[in-house]
Structures are given as C-alpha cells and as structure tokens.
Ligand binder design. Structure first.
Ligand SMILES: [Zn+2]
Length: 646
C-alpha cells in the first residue's frame, strides 16, 4: 500500500521527476453546506433559487449558534489560536513569488514550502475557509480581517497573472496534468483556493473573493473545454478534490448555468458508473480522492434533480459506513480501501483513518440527513465527532493529526505549527471552526436537536432561543431551556442515539409518558413558552464493537465513546512532526480473556472517576479512557479477545 501514501510520493518526487509517468494517487479535502443564494442574486429579474431539491431539514446559519463550555469549545479555541498564529504575509508569500511580485516574508514549511507541489492549498485555500467559518462561528473580527487581507493580496497576484489563473505554483503544472506527466494534484489545490474564496464571500460578504473565484472558474472552463471527453477522463485520474462541488456552489450563488456545465466535466465515469449500479468497486481506490466526488454528486442531485446522482451518493455512503468503517467511524488504511467489503480485521496499521476522510464523510452525511432526516446519519456523525474529530487536534496548541492509528500499542502524532500544513491540517482547521453547524437543524415546523453539545441557538424567524446545557459525554443527557417572545407551537425532535440504554424525558419536571427507540427522533410537540425546560436522560452502557470479519478483535465502547487502553507516555520528539508513529515501534499488549456469554465482562467502570474503566480478571490490569482524551500516551483501541466459556 506504499503506492497510496503521500509520504512515498514526497520522498520519491525528485527522483521520479525525469520522465516517469507513474501517477500517484494523493488526496485532500473541502467546504460546507449546500451553499445557497442567500445574498438575493437575481436571474432574469427574479430572485434565483438553483436548489431543485430542497433539504427537508436544514441547518441554521452558524452565526445563530454559539458553543458553550466543553470539549468541542476547547477544540474550537485551540483551532482559533492556531489560525491567529499564521501571519497573512507568510500565507501569501508563494502566491506573490509565483505572480512575480516581491515578497520578503519567511516562507512556510511542510506542504506550503516553496518547492512543494501542493503549495497554496492551505495558505490560500483551507485558511480562507477556516477563517470564514471561524468568523461565522464566533464573530471573531480579527480572523475576518486576516482572511480579508489574504483575499486582497491574492487579488493582486491574480491581476498580475492576467489570465484569471490564481495559484502558488506555475500554470505549467497544468500542462503536465494535460500531458499525463508526473505532477501532484493541481486541481486539488485549485479547488481549495476556489472554495476558500467562496467561503469568504458566503460567510464574510467579501464580493472581491466571489469575483476572484469566478475568474478562476473561467480559467478552469477554458482549460477543461479544450480537452475531449476522453482526455478529460484521463485528467480525472489525478486527484482533483471537490472541483465539481465548488463549481456547483458557484452556480448556486450566481445563477450562471455555465458553472454547472463546467462542474459536470469533473464527473469521473469509471467511479460513478459502478456506484450507480450498486456495485462496490471501491477496493484499490485512494479514499480521500473519491469522497469529495460523491459530495459533488450530492450537489448535482440537489441542483439538477437528477436521481442517478442521489443513488450514487446513497449507495456510496451505505457501503463506506457499513462495510468500510472502524469503531471510530473513520475509514481508510494507508489512505486506501485496500480490502473487500467488510474485511477490516487485517486492516489495522499506523496510518489507518486519515482525518480528511472523516471530515468529508461528515460533510456527505449532512446531505443525506438533509434529504431524509433520519437518526442513523447523525448517529454516525456523532461517532466521528466524539471519537475522530475530538482528540485529533492537540488542545494545548491547536496542532493536528494526519492519520488516527488504530493498530494497537502506538501513539498520536501531530504536525509542527508552521512546518506541516498537511491536507488534514487544512480540513481540521475548517472542522473545528464549524462545530456549530450540525448541532441543530430545522424545518418550517420543527427543531432537530442532533448533537448533545453545550450551546445556544437563536431562531429569529420564530422569535425563539434555546439554551442547551450539558457536560456530555461526561453527563448522560442534556437540559434545554426555551426562551420565547410569545408562546410558539413547535415540534422539538430529540435524537435518541443508537447506543441509548433506555432513557427518559421530562418537561418542566414532569416525566413525559412516552419515549422513543434507539436511533430515532423523539418528537415533543406543544406550545412552548419562556422558561420551559426539557431534561433528557440518555443512559450509557458498555458495549463491544467487533471487527465485522473477526469477532475476536474487539473495541470497547461506552455510549458513543470508543474506549482506549492508556499506556506509557511518549516523548515530545515522538509526538511532533511525523505523519504517523514509527511502524514496528509497538507496545505489545496481552490478549484479553473474557467470558464469551458476557462480552463486556472484561471491562468495569472505575469506582470514583467518570469515564475511566479498568480491565477485569486479567493478569495485567489496564486502564481505559475515551480515545479522544488520549493525547500523549500509547494506546490500544482494538484488543484480541479470547473467549472462555465458564
Ligand atoms: Zn488529509
């Protein structure tokens, strides 16, 4: 699987530059919702609405949701600190050099280094998306100012290059792409830049950014329009991120049909056709190259009503979630799907579950939920939030992980602040800036409470406000208090998670005589007035998540949380800098012996500490804690369990 890895690509780039036509399959990630025309753009004199298929449940604008104290806020603040640490003049340095403009700034390192073929993906792409989202989530004016400064400088670079082209690398990379010569992923990088500009327009009202994004789309139209269909299909053999998605979104905010047409040039036939026919031919594919293409398919469906694209997206989601995901919700091994469906027991390594894949699957899940607001989508989303997104950003300094290793006995590694700027740094910078975007959804008559995260929601159209107070996941439930200008009729849908072991709900202290089954929404339909209080209790319990193809390889879970055995601390040198821990430098962990008739009998809760557990009945006792709380220690997620019948 070395041929999948970026590390391999990076180390062989120079040697392979002369004449090799071996194309690497490398990847990355992208922006948010259906970006809708919220600015009142008109087409033929009428307000334009490109959404042929409206979401049945829709998110609130992020500015209407604010996080309260808790692990999500800690992650968001670490991300905010990280974004503040990046000076605009360093971010635009390579763009200026590429445009022939002077710059004396110190170059960034890692994937933003002046000789890295992906340069610009973070500095002029993810950074802008993250700044725009962070502004939407927090109102941080300084972040918006820095994002605006980057847009202004990039505008000068684009003007200097005259053709509409905007990138931190020469346009010659696209010649290599066309000729099928070795090059990393030019459209991948351009997608990040276009998405960043579009986000600056959508969330920060930056009209210049929209104009720049359209110029780049014009350049893209010219490049792709000069190729035959077959030639373009070959070009799509090189990772191209969410080009289809950003062009769809550009159509949605401008009403220019042309962008939709250009977007569809990025339909990769060899990938879509089997999915449309409900055939899992994912084995051998680079994972994060392909998830963004399915998000684009989801957007095509929404903007065209073409049901085939919905089929593609739904079948893909189902296969990845049910056949190719680990207990954390993460997917990929060595960046690829390297096995047949449901075969994961032998797919444990130091570079399982790339963080970008979690980010993109979460984005895709929001589309699924929008079309059909079912709890299964948010159950999966929650799994990723609490096991893969929390815990892959270092709460101390905002540095981020690349892979989340699930092989036993390894540790977490984080990128250095100015010298990583990997794909996953980019998607992470966006993720933790938008933790506000999925907690609540709504339709015309109902509120959906999807996630149990301490937060406040404003719903100005209904003159309603909601305050959710919880220490979840330490607390097994939540309390929601309503404020209303005047009494309002509304259905409040509370997600009852798949893991709930019973549960109950009280309104104003009185138990509601009905509840709902796991993995469904409980609807509370009434006229709400100020001060009304909902208390939801969701008892957690221990359960086992075994490998689908080997029941003796098991992860332990408590409610939504993957538990990890926590072992010895690792050094700072081991923690920072690498994509993954050193393969082979593994702590050996003894097999667990358990009573086969009682699958969780080998774990017991600590008598005093919340969310701390111990192995029971083993020769060497071990301590388990939620995986997201492990930062600087070796850990074990999957255990080999020998069942003994008693
Ligand atoms: Zn990544």
């Amino acid at each position: 699987m070395a041929h999948f890895s970026r590390r391999n690509f990076l180390s062989t780039t120079a040697a392979a530059a002369a004449g090799s036509t071996l194309l690497s399959r490398v990847s990355l990630a992208m922006p948010q919702d259906p970006v809708v025309n919220s600015k009142g753009v008109k087409k033929d004199g009428k307000p334009f609405n490109g959404e042929k298929v409206a979401w049945k449940a829709r998110p609130f604008p992020m500015k209407n949701v604010r996080l309260g104290e808790g692990p999500c806020k800690v992650a968001m603040e670490a991300d905010r600190q990280f974004l503040h640490s990046l000076p605009p003049d360093r971010l635009v340095h390579t763009f200026r050099i590429n445009a022939g403009l002077p710059s004396s700034a110190q170059p960034l390192g890692g994937w933003e280094a002046p000789d890295c073929e992906l340069r610009g993906h973070y500095a002029g792409g993810h950074y802008l998306s993250a700044a725009a989202l962070m502004y939407a989530s927090t109102g941080d004016e300084e972040i918006k100012k820095n994002g605006t400064a980057v847009v202004t400088e990039l505008g000068k670079c684009q003007d200097a290059m005259k053709s509409g082209y905007l990138s931190a690398f020469p346009v010659e990379f696209f010649d290599r792409l066309r000729e099928r010569e070795r090059v990393w992923a030019p459209f991948y990088t351009v997608h990040k830049i276009m998405a960043g500009l579009l986000d600056m327009y959508v969330y920060c009202d930056n009209e210049q950014a929209l104009d720049m994004c359209q110029k780049m789309a014009g350049w893209t139209a010219g490049y792709t329009g000069s190729l035959s269909y077959e030639h373009m299909q070959r070009v799509l053999g090189t990772e191209f991120g969410g080009m289809g998605e950003v062009l769809c979104n550009l159509y949605a905010v401008t009403g220019k049909d042309y962008y939709l047409e250009v977007a569809q040039r990025f339909d990769k036939k060899a990938f879509f056709d089997p999915l449309a026919a409900h055939r899992d031919e994912l084995k051998g594919l680079h994972v994060n190259t392909h998830i963004p293409q399915v998000i684009a398919a989801a957007r095509y469906y929404e903007l065209t009503g073409d049901r085939r694209y919905r089929d593609i997206a739904e079948y893909f989601w189902e296969e990845v979630v049910s056949e190719r995901s680990y207990c954390t919700g993460g997917t990929s091994n060595g960046e690829g799907w390297t096995s047949d469906p449901g075969k994961l027991a032998k797919e444990l390594s130091t570079n399982t579950t790339e963080c970008c894949c979690a980010y993109n699957m979460m984005k895709l899940s929001r589309h699924m939920f929008g079309w059909s607001p079912e709890a299964q989508y948010m159950d999966y989303y929650e799994r990723l939030v609490f096991n893969h997104r929390l815990g892959t950003i270092n709460p101390e300094d905002g540095t981020m992980m690349y892979y989340l290793p699930l092989a036993t006995g390894y540790w977490k590694t984080f990128g250095k602040p100015f010298d990583a700027l990997w794909c996953c740094t980019g998607t992470g910078s966006e993720e933790y800036a938008k933790l506000t975007d999925t907690i609540y959804f709504h339709d015309d008559d109902a509120l959906y409470v999807n996630l149990y995260i301490d937060s406040q929601l404003e719903w100005p159209e209904k003159k309603l406000r909601f305050k959710q107070e919880t220490r979840f996941p330490e607390q097994q439930g939540t309390t929601i208090t309503v404020s209303a200008d005047s009494p309002a009729k509304l259905a409040i849908n509370l997600r009852i998670p798949y893991w709930a072991q019973g549960g109950s709900v009280k309104i104003n202290g009185e138990v509601v005589p009905a509840f709902s089954s796991p993995s469904s929404y409980l609807t509370l339909n009434r006229v709400w007035k100020s001060g009304d209080k909902i208390e939801l209790s969701l008892p957690m319990g221990l359960h086992i998540d075994p490998m689908p193809d080997d029941g003796t390889i098991q992860a332990a879970m408590y409610g939504p949380l993957v538990l990890a055995g926590r072992f010895d601390a690792v050094t700072k040198e081991m923690t920072y800098g690498d994509y993954e821990p050193k393969p082979g430098d593994q702590k050996k962990v003894a097999d667990v012996v358990a009573d086969g008739s009682k699958p969780t009998s080998w774990i017991e809760p600590d008598a005093k500490q919340l969310l701390v557990f111990h192995t029971a009945g083993q020769d060497q006792p071990q301590t388990l804690v939620p995986l997201y709380q492990v930062i600087h220690e070796r850990y074990a997620v999957y255990w080999k369990v020998d069942n003994k019948t008693t």
